[in-house]
Design a protein around this ligand. Sequence first.
Ligand code: AMP
Ligand code: ZN
Length: 488
Amino acid sequence: MEHNLYIYNTLSRSKEQFIPLHNDRVGMYVCGPTVYSDVHLGNCRTFISFDVIYRYLIYLGYKVRYVRNITDAGHLEGDRDEGDDKFAKKAKLEQLEPMEIVQKYTVGFHEILSIFNTLPPSIEPTATGHISEQIEIVKQILDSGYGYEKAGTIYFDVEKYNKDFQYGILTNRKLEDLLEGTRELGGQDEKKGRLDFALWIKAKPETLMQWPSPWGWGFPGWHLECSAMSSKYLGKTFDIHGGGMDLQATHHTNEIAQSQACHHAAPVKYWMHTNMLTVNGVRMSKSAGNGFLPKELFTGSHPLLERGYSPMTVRFFMAQSHYRSTLDFSNEALQASEKGFSRLMEGYARLQKLNASAASSIETAGLRTKCEEAMNDDFNTPIVIAHLFDSLRAINLVHDGKETISTADLAELKAVYSAFIEDVLGLKSETEASAGSEAFKKAIDLLLNMRLEAKQNKDWATSDKIRNELTALGFEIKDTKDGFEWKI
Ligand code: AMP
Ligand code: ZN
């Protein structure tokens, strides 16, 4: 099935017409979170961007199989096989089982994404659920001659691979340049080449998560899971692979090498990368300490925030920039988005109440085409929003009785608004949230759980703030021995 959809492909560094491999079916894989801590707003930007992409592919009529993994093993602190296992470290810190860490943060991740109104993927596989598939890939890479064993650890031989394929194809870098940017091997290193990376890592006796393999007890390297799970559910070659830009140079580059060495085919037709969310120009990340959590954003409980912003304001703020542009977070920008979002939703509500006339005195018919053209141009959501804003003028003129709209035009305008605001951009009205709505209940529970946490940490300022502000909004909050109860 062919549309006029053009996607910027990182691999070719150009916009290419999107032609799926299998007619009307699309396979899309997006690297999911490493569930050893709460997702920050930067992570959310990437997942919300791919949610819009997923939604638009569905709008176009494709049957999309969207696979987004959960990394619950094998991610060491350094992206290049160094440091402790992120889960084991956190498990020790919080005195929990690694799988308790995984469960806790997976649940939190799902909660946040549902508050942001993202659709769940079709399949959400975990690394620990696919150990045998990963071992199988390592075996095949060894059979193809691109891997080698050193004392129970299996490495990928980058220099050998590069003789047959271009290792740095995704970022358009030559091996010599990549080598220059990498540190020399230390005396302790078992690796042959500086760029070689571990496919399978030998466990130490104290390693908390380890599995048996033909090479002894160990655990998979981080990059391996995505090669294993994408090929299992989408085939050796599939349509779209996505993730944040920070994953291009190492994670995705290694994924391509592994998949090519194992399956003798390039794994992905269109590589898509989202740009970073920044704070005062600095990439938001856990390590930079500027990674505030969505919860903090909703309540305003972070020093960088002047006050809280609603989930849909944040989603709208993100849609106002193109996914390949950096998006800088600021209170002013969010306040402007808040105003813009409520203006749009007021117009949408007004549209529902308009009366039709026999004929239209105003032009509204081209709106769908304009919005589709914007989305077809590499998912240009800010342009879609600009078109929707333009048409607010028409809605207001009809509302004020200065212009008329025919029954057919009104029906189409309503259909376009609902398709692009709700189905494609994934926005929904927040004023309609009633005490009966599931998301609303979850959001209040989330806030009150944060209050409990704050109390446990003797952070009385936060705990009082949440209680006072909710009370001011008309909520009745009761502390009970199991936690809390609330009603409005
Ligand atoms: P992680 O949990 O660190 O593996 O990251 C999950 C996803 O979030 C990956 O696709 C990252 O590229 C993406 N990501 C991390 N930081 C940011 C950021 N500041 N802005 C946008 N995406 C990000
Ligand atoms: Zn991945």
